[in-house]
Ligand binder design. Structure first.
Ligand code: ZN
Ligand code: ZN
Length: 123
């Protein structure tokens, strides 16, 4: 079952770009993590077009540009820990925690990474 709506998968600038379906391995792992986590996950950013990524200050080679990243809204310490456990169990090796979300990606050719962002920037 796919827990994520098209409105979550599409670029937030309104351009309609949705690259998530082109990455079934990523979407499958994300849904597995959602199942294991056992409660709602709201994706605030998945696909990004180059223009929108630039506008919001995203990294120039962000996996969001390839539809292989998701930002899941999370502000609770307990939920964050449970979410991270689920992501790791479902094969995510790149995780970034910010005060407002947990970012996960399966960027091609990238090394494993665990990052904590304390200011309000977005990867
Ligand atoms: Zn866009
Ligand atoms: Zn992100």
């Amino acid at each position: 079952m796919d827990h994520f709506r098209n409105s979550e998968k599409e670029c937030k600038c309104g351009c309609g770009l949705n690259l998530i379906e082109r990455n079934p391995d990523f979407l499958r792992a994300l849904n597995s993590a959602r199942d294991l986590y056992g409660s709602e996950m709201n994706a605030t950013s998945m696909t990004r077009c180059v223009k929108h990524n630039t506008e919001i200050g995203g990294a120039s080679h962000s996996a969001h540009l390839d539809g292989r990243a998701a930002d899941i809204a999370c502000t609770s310490m307990k939920d964050r820990m449970n979410m991270i456990r689920a992501f790791i169990a479902c094969g995510f090796h790149r995780i970034e925690v910010s005060p407002v979300h947990v970012h996960v990606d399966m960027k091609y050719g990238a090394t494993d990474a665990f990052m904590i962002r304390t200011e309000s920037g977005i990867v």
